[in-house]
Ligand binder design. Structure first.
Ligand code: FAD
Length: 449
């Protein structure tokens, strides 16, 4: 069957970032695409959220997200559906500044340098409070990683590969990067995946003139950042307009002599739908249950993945602005705080909205919110009377636990059926880029490429 033959029907199950990347790629390749999404809103684990604000409704996200310049596939696909990543994202040089001005920061004069040179400048000139022994220790370990090609044995943890690193470099650089990228602490995190991310961020290409290591903060809500534009493109600009069914849950998938039959439940009832090819783009728990009969071995690998949580505590700090859009925190439980007022300077509603991110979060929602209020007072010096909790969101299965040697299921489930999602086999931890890459790869396989 020709890849531009519009009679090739492809079902995409799930409209998270992976599913929508698959849908856009398959539709761009000429297939007749149908998307089924169980929720009313697309976006999955990276979606917009409406909450009541102090002066009216606020559009927040289910969790503050951050991208980097090395997310080349996600950024390319955004451009493909008509977004301008430079308008949608605020680019910052690599840095993890604290509220008191200490912490790693790339000096302004080096902010446009290529990533390795910028990092060297940051280590030598942008680490206020570090001793020369701290700086030399970080450079020594970085050179070791470079000599070893940013690779290590699969059983090694981030703590193992960081042996010899001064405590300050571990606490202020490697541990925060590790927990934010892999969502597990260094002792439990895969050294191989961490080094791979580091290699791509330091030595890989960046998108559209950005350095790979630059931090990119969404200026819009996560719905506007990708799903809304992808859905618009699928409906209006795809070579064959795609069908998108929201509130439509796929219950089962059954192999036919040719193609697959899905059982779809929506408010009108339950019905079968036949397709030549299927990209299954739900999270791993749903995928393991739904695909157990199609490929029991695949489903077992998928079902063995462990998950870790992320909690985002949104506070309104009336009349306050942090010294920069993003700060690293020394105390617990949040590791980072983002000031959404910086990201949307023209939006009065966004002023004073702070997002505290607790990666690898444990404990109950109310206790975490309370602890963050204390952290805001003690570490950031914010007056308690100015602070109002807006919303606290815990995503219990935010990411799979990226531990040493973790087995991830491959993309191919059966002939004509592929899985897409941030958890499938690949070089990256559970991130937007991993989701998009897997979606693009699964769609290309479905197109026969
Ligand atoms: C709080 C939080 C913070 C994060 N921060 C970052 C970050 O800073 N940077 C970063 O890169 N990544 C971050 N991530 C990870 C990132 O959000 C995920 O890697 C990514 O969104 C996963 O996308 P996905 O498409 O693979 O899966 P999902 O987003 O889980 O999409 C699966 C979709 O399938 C749908 N679905 C489920 N069952 C069915 C069914 N039976 N039928 C039809 N549809 C179904 C779901 O409703 C969902 O829309 C964060 C995640 C969370 C939760």
């Amino acid at each position: 069957m020709s890849t531009t033959d519009p009679s090739l029907s492809v079902a995409v199950v799930g409209a998270g970032w992976a599913g929508l990347a698959a849908a856009v790629t398959a539709a761009a390749g000429g297939a007749r695409v149908t998307v089924f999404e169980a929720a009313r809103e697309a976006g999955g684990r990276a979606r917009a959220l409406d909450v009541p604000g102090p002066t009216g409704p606020l559009r927040l996200d289910n969790g503050q997200h951050i991208l980097i310049g090395a997310y080349t596939e996600a950024l390319t696909l955004m451009a493909q559906v008509g977004l301008d990543p430079r308008r949608e994202l605020l680019a910052l040089p690599l840095g993890l500044p604290h509220v008191d001005g200490t912490g790693l920061q790339t000096p302004g004069w080096a902010s446009r340098w290529p990533a390795p040179a910028a990092l060297l400048a940051a280590v030598l000139a942008g680490t206020r409070g570090w001793t020369w022994a701290d700086r030399a220790g970080l450079l020594r370990v970085s050179l070791r990683w470079l000599r070893q090609g940013f690779a290590c044995a699969p059983h090694q943890s981030v703590a193992d590969v960081s042996a010899g690193l001064p405590a300050r470099a571990m606490d202020e650089l490697v541990a925060p990067l590790c927990v934010s990228a892999l969502n597990v602490p260094p002792e439990q995190a895969s050294g191989a995946v961490f080094l791979r991310v580091l290699r791509d961020a330091l030595l890989g290409p960046g998108h559209g003139g950005w350095a790979a290591s630059q931090l990119l903060l969404p200026r819009t809500d996560l719905g506007a950042l990708w799903p809304d534009a992808a859905l618009r493109w699928l409906g209006d600009a795809a070579p064959v307009p795609a069908e998108v069914h929201r509130g439509a849950r796929v219950l089962t998938v059954e192999r036919q002599a040719e193609g697959w039959t899905l059982t779809v439940a929506d408010p009108d009832g339950t019905r079968p739908a036949r397709f030549d090819r299927v990209v299954w783009a739900t999270g791993p728990t749903v995928a393991a249950a739904a695909l157990a009969e199609v490929n029991p071995g695949w489903a077992t690998t998928c079902g063995h993945l462990q998950h870790t949580a992320i909690t985002t505590v949104y506070l309104h700090a009336a009349g306050q602005r942090l010294p920069s859009p993003m700060l690293a925190l020394r105390s617990a439980p949040a590791q980072f705080v983002f000031d959404r007022g910086w990201l949307r300077p023209d939006d009065a509603q966004a002023q004073g909205v702070l997002a505290f991110v607790i990666s690898a979060s444990q404990g109950e929602r109310d206790a975490l919110q309370q602890a963050v209020l204390v952290q805001a007072r003690d570490e950031l010096g914010l007056q308690p009377r100015t602070l109002t909790p807006l919303q606290t969101v815990t995503e219990k299965r935010a990411t799979f636990a990226c531990t040493p040697g973790v087995q991830r299921p491959p993309m191919t489930v059966a002939p004509g059926l592929w899985a897409a999602g941030d958890y499938t086999e690949g070089p990256y931890p559970a991130t937007l880029e991993a989701a998009v890459r897997s979606g693009v790869a699964a769609a290309q396989a479905a197109l026969g490429r």
